[in-house]
Ligand binder design. Structure first.
Ligand code: CAA
Length: 637
């Protein structure tokens, strides 16, 4: 087999390389340092018709093939891995599902502006409990009249916040696993749809990555993408193609680092000659070039298979896995060629080294790629039967909690009720610790989230901490971005872990990373204006209200009027034992006429009974689809 790209492909490569060298290369270090999205440059790139390369011209695209798109991602990534994934996530993940599964109206409304590059697209699949196990999706979409009401959160979303159009996956039929998931097109700006902070990442820092938060977002019924229950398949087949994009990104990052190393090896002199003359360096160069060539064949071949509508899922997974694995090896060798110089910030190989790692993680870890590849070769691995409808129930991140939202009476009465509950639980507010006590050693912490507002309001936190005999803590953004407290006071997965007796979260929404830092707390109290903030599901007590109103009331209610006695050594309190309600029995029913078995997980498509409908909820006029027997003539199986 003789393989070579066409002249047209190489002309496109040259054009995109020239653009990336001119527009991105000079600012790549700045974007990296500032965690900055190259908005202006992406608009310019879009005007050149590159944001919709593989989509037909009638939908606003450039009408090129998948290989052209892969080359474009490769060339951007050769200069900056973050810019490469902006294109990849936009084309493969944000636009493709609409192209492949959208109705004509949806394509006209959403795909055309995406393919023209007037809008940016993103893909909302990953959640705190649904990473590699994408079927564990917990975001819900409930059909009410003409709208689906969307609630939940998505994490690590590429182009999050910068994108205009989001393909979002949510459970429409709970309890039936992947077949209960549906896909929706959601627009930025809709009421209740907000973004968390951009993540502070190790690499690809020019690409925006954010959390998506859905609080009763009304999604018009016509924005259902594909059929109800088809969402998981939409996601999986989208990811098949997306993996070609990530493979191309890895290839480009490797190519950029390799070229830099070769150039440096020719100019850097040691022992009286360029280091390129040393066999140790020559072998590294030979290894790098060989791996890159093999990866390129795999990436381009997967792209060609997709282009020709041949099966390509396994080949895309192999290309993604191989290209990202060798990318790590190549950037490592390239940096080694640079020696100490390569270790300095601002050096391209240093950035490539950090950018490379994500390619083995996102769009399915390389371990998941192995699962996919093996399933093509050996068939799908057997797995446990899905839980019966309604049975599968996950605990919140902080474990079972009382979740007692105090809602009776005025704000003052609710605060008094809270103090009463805390005292009954055994918290003694006549003693206390210093507000500067290290979080790890603190028995109590009062923490501020971004909901605290301006810096002056930190006085409310300090006053409350003193009245509660607690130390002051915060969420990460309050310490890192707002700098209201030193970095060593933020609580969370990457910060300080709190394992004392009382944690009072003020204006903290409850991002997963924060919750992981407080899961050992004996009692968690949440004060937040948003009743749907995740912190409430992870707290023992909650008051829905404004910190400006609640905190002074709570401070007054806890203030004994006397200085606190020094707290004795902490005795860890026991957490409340929560009895979870047992789910109502839901089961199969058998027709006495013909033996047909009604299975709630499947519903009855012909009679328009949705999957997940229990026998009891079947319409009274429903009859056996096999023999016409009435509903009353069914018995439990
Ligand atoms: N295409 C179409 N349908 C597919 C499919 C595919 N490639 N793969 C599976 N399906 C279908 C199956 O046929 C099955 O259908 P039936 O119910 O009709 O039988 C259904 O989907 C469920 O399949 P599985 O039982 O195999 O599903 P699973 O729960 O075992 O999951 C998995 C399989 C491969 C592990 C999958 O969960 C997976 O790919 N996980 C990784 C998720 C991932 O890649 N996330 C990336 C997030 S996006 C991202 O990272 C973007 C970014 O930042 C740039």
């Amino acid at each position: 087999m003789y393989y070579k790209t066409s002249q047209e492909h190489e002309a496109l490569r040259a054009a995109i390389r020239e653009w990336a060298e001119r527009e991105i290369k000079p600012i790549a270090f700045m974007l990296d340092q500032n965690n900055q999205f190259p908005g202006e440059q992406i608009r310019d790139f879009a005007q050149r018709g590159y944001m919709g390369l593989p989509y037909p011209t009638e939908y606003g695209g450039a009408g090129k093939d998948i290989l052209s798109y892969a080359i474009a991602v490769e060339e951007l990534s050769r200069v900056d891995g973050g810019t490469g994934v902006i294109l990849s996530a936009h084309v493969s993940l944000g636009s493709y599902p609409i192209f492949a599964f959208g109705t004509e109206e949806q394509k006209q409304k959403y795909l055309v502006p995406l393919a023209k590059g007037e809008k940016i697209g993103a893909f909302g699949l990953t959640e705190p409990n649904a990473g590699s196990d994408a079927g564990g999706t917990e975001t819900t979409a409930e059909l009410v009249g003409d709208y689906y009401i969307l609630n939940g959160e998505k994490i690590f979303i590429t182009n999050g916040g910068e994108a205009d159009t989001y393909v979002v996956f949510a459970v429409t039929t709970p309890g039936i696993g992947t077949r209960g998931i549906s896909a929706f097109i959601v627009e930025k700006g809709w009421k209740g749809f907000t973004f968390g902070d951009h993540y502070d990442k190790m690499g690809i820092r020019s690409s925006a990555t954010a959390q998506l938060l859905f609080n009763n977002v009304k999604v018009p019924r016509e924005n259902l993408l594909g059929k109800e229950g088809q969402g998981f398949k939409v996601a999986m087949s989208t990811l098949d193609g997306g993996r070609i994009g990530i493979a191309a990104q890895a290839l480009g990052i490797a190519q950029g680092a390799y070229e830099a190393a070769v150039e440096y090896a020719k100019e850097r002199e040691q022992f009286g000659a360029p280091i390129a003359q040393l066999q140790a360096i020559q072998f590294k160069v030979a290894e790098m070039a060989t791996k890159i060539r093999a990866a390129r064949f795999m990436v381009y071949s997967a792209a060609e298979l997709k282009e020709h509508h041949e099966p390509y899922g396994m080949e895309a997974a192999m290309a993604k896995k191989y290209a990202s694995d060798i990318c790590l090896e190549v950037v490592n060798d390239a940096l080694q060629v640079f020696g100490g110089n390569g270790y300095l910030k601002g050096m391209e190989v240093e950035r490539a080294y950090r950018d490379a790692k994500i390619c083995t993680i996102y769009e399915g870890t390389n371990e998941i790629q192995n699962v996919v590849i093996a399933s093509y070769i050996l068939g799908k691995a057997a797995k446990a039967a899905p839980a019966a409808p309604g049975v599968k129930k996950k605990n919140p991140i902080t474990g079972p909690r009382k979740k007692m939202i105090l809602s009776d009476g005025s704000a003052k009465e609710r605060v008094e009720q809270l103090v009463q509950c805390l005292k009954e639980d055994g918290h003694d507010f006549s003693v206390g610790i210093d507000i500067d006590t290290p979080i790890i050693a603190a028995e109590r912490v009062v923490s501020a989230g971004k909901g605290i507002g301006s810096k002056e309001n930190m006085k409310l936190i300090e006053d409350l901490a003193k009245a509660a005999g607690a130390a002051v803590g915060s969420s990460r953004p309050v310490a890192e971005q707002l700098q209201y407290v030193p970095l060593n006071r933020y609580v969370g997965m990457s910060g300080q872990k709190f394992s004392g007796n009382l944690y009072i979260a003020c204006g903290i929404s409850g991002a997963t990373q924060h919750l992981k830092g407080i899961k050992e707390a004996a009692t968690i109290v949440a004060i937040n204006t948003n009743p749907n903030a995740p912190i409430f599901k992870n707290a023992d007590y909650g008051i829905v209200g404004d910190v400006n109103e609640i905190l002074p009331l709570l401070t007054a209610a806890l203030d004994t009027g006397k200085p606190k006695e020094p707290a004795p050594p902490m005795v860890k309190m026991k957490r409340a034992v929560i009895e979870e309600p047992q789910p109502a029995p839901v089961g199969r029913y058998v027709c006495l006429g013909c033996g047909y078995e009604y299975i709630p997980e499947n519903g009855d498509e012909d009679a328009e009974v949705r999957p997940g409908t229990s026998y009891k909820d079947l319409p009274e006029d429903w009859v056996c689809p096999e023999c016409g027997e009435e509903k009353a003539n069914f018995i439990p199986a």
